[in-house]
Design a binder for this molecule. Structure first.
Ligand code: SF4
Length: 86
């Protein structure tokens, strides 16, 4: 059986680079909230396809280039609903 792969996209913030400007939370409130000091808090969940453009914009517009977009391969479900593994 062949296992096919898809990718999942997540965002994270480089805490060293971030200066707590808060633009990312303004652009992507669905995924980013701010703590009491203005630093972003992320839930770590994959970015929904409908939010990908906003996530890329948050990364592009971050003045510190602290928003990082990461893509990871994940096995896609087989036609029978399994992950293709035996
Ligand atoms: S926009 Fe960039 S610098 Fe500002 S809070 Fe978000 S990650 Fe930090």
């Amino acid at each position: 059986m062949t296992t096919t792969m898809t990718t999942t996209t997540t965002i994270r913030v480089d805490p060293i680079a971030c200066d707590a400007y808060g633009y990312c939370a303004e652009l992507l409130p669905e995924l980013v909230s701010l703590d009491e000091w203005g630093y972003p808090v992320l839930d770590g969940q994959p970015v929904a396809p409908r939010l990908l453009a906003l996530a890329r914009r948050a990364a592009k517009d971050c003045p510190r280039r602290a928003v990082l977009i990461e893509q990871s391969p994940v096995p896609s479900p087989g036609r029978d609903g399994t992950d293709g593994a035996r």
